[in-house]
Design a protein around this ligand. Structure first.
Ligand code: PLP
Length: 340
């Protein structure tokens, strides 16, 4: 039975569910793990997560499909990306098969929180890991907690599928080269001031350029970029200091195999941006959010698709991707995993 929630008016916020999954690492191994009801964590003040921010996280969604199944989109890729993040942060990876099992346990236990099909809402799942023992000299923790909670969410940007206005950030997000696979608190903390400034100025997000030359498009605070050229080529920035978005990797396949588009994954110069026909942000939370306008220090870039609706290619990409996720269009092998 679905909870008594007005699913269609949900924003992107936290609604506490009944169960979360927890496993603890001690003496060199992960314990058996399981579901708990306590949403709070009690830790020593000197825990490594507080002192040296030894923490990382992932994000994925569960949905109801058109035929009433509850599925997740490519959870194995979240497990694999979290493993890589952990390796860079001196954290013990949570075994990938157990990660997917934990997603299943969590969603099954909170099935009443999976929004019904057609409401535009979904169940956002947030796996994360923290270093829990006390550490005062700069070194990694030896004890960790892996936790996964979930919350029903609506659209990430207010206005749903309406094009948004973003700005070229005045700040660097400071994700060093070669750390693009890391979905850790540090890069996100560096984006908190820029997002507050952007919102105060009336923009939905920041476009970060590469910090070294400020000539190449990187990503936004919570999504990768996708562009479409006037002749229908799908272009998406390549950089080793941005998150390898699962949505972006999937859209490259959708564009090529489902829509017959030419696909380019390459460095994108900011100077090319005014020539693109369409622009969008892609990610688990953003899905595909069309961008109608980019403000760049006194100059404006408007895309031909305007501020009222998605461009025609963006719409096709959006409908195909969400069609695959919701079971309306046949998915490539292994993309849609039944979880409840
Ligand atoms: C900085 C950043 N880039 C990109 C993405 C999109 O990644 P994915 O498609 O795997 O959700 C996210 C999503 O959380 C993000 O936070």
């Amino acid at each position: 039975m679905a909870k008594n929630i007005d699913w269609s008016s949900l924003g992107f916020g936290y609604v506490q569910a009944d169960y979360r999954y927890v496993s603890k690492y001690k003496d060199g191994k992960w314990d058996e793990g399981g579901l708990v009801t306590d949403a709070n964590i009690t830790l020593n003040e000197c825990a490594c997560v507080f002192q040296y921010a030894q923490t990382c996280f992932e994000g994925l969604k569960a949905y109801h499909t058109v035929d009433g199944r509850v599925v997740c989109f490519r959870p194995d890729l979240n497990a694999a990306r979290m493993k890589e993040t952990c390796e860079r942060l001196e954290m013990p990876p949570f075994p990938e098969e157990r990660f997917v099992e934990a997603v299943k346990m969590l969603v099954k236990a909170n099935e009443d929180m999976v929004p019904p099909y057609g409401t535009g809402a979904s169940l956002y799942i947030r796996p994360f890991m923290i270093g829990t023992n006390s550490v005062i000299g700069v070194k990694p923790a030896v004890e960790f907690e892996f936790r996964m909670f979930c919350t029903p969410v609506g659209p990430y940007f207010k206005g749903g599928a309406k094009p948004i206005s973003i700005k070229v950030s005045d700040f660097d997000r400071a994700a060093p080269r070669g750390t693009g696979h890391i979905k850790a608190g540090l890069n996100y903390a560096m984006s908190l001031h820029p997002i507050v400034v952007a919102h105060e100025e009336g923009f939905a997000e920041n476009m970060y350029l590469d910090p070294e030359t400020r000539t190449k498009v990187e990503e936004t605070g919570g999504a990768n970029f996708m562009f479409v050229t006037k002749d229908g080529t799908f272009v998406t920035p390549k950089s080793d200091s941005i998150l390898p978005s699962i949505t972006r990797r999937s859209l490259m396949v959708v564009a090529e195999k489902y829509l017959g588009m030419k696909v380019e994954h390459r460095e994108v110069l900011f100077s090319e941006v005014p020539d693109f026909a369409e622009c969008g942000l892609c990610g688990t939370a953003a899905v595909i959010s069309p961008v109608g306008h980019i403000y760049d220090h006194g100059k404006d870039i408007y895309f031909p698709s305007g501020m009222e609706e998605m461009g025609p290619w963006t719409k096709k990409l959006y409908e195909t991707l969400t069609g695959i996720q919701m079971g309306r269009i046949e998915a490539p092998e292994g993309w849609v995993v039944e979880v409840a």
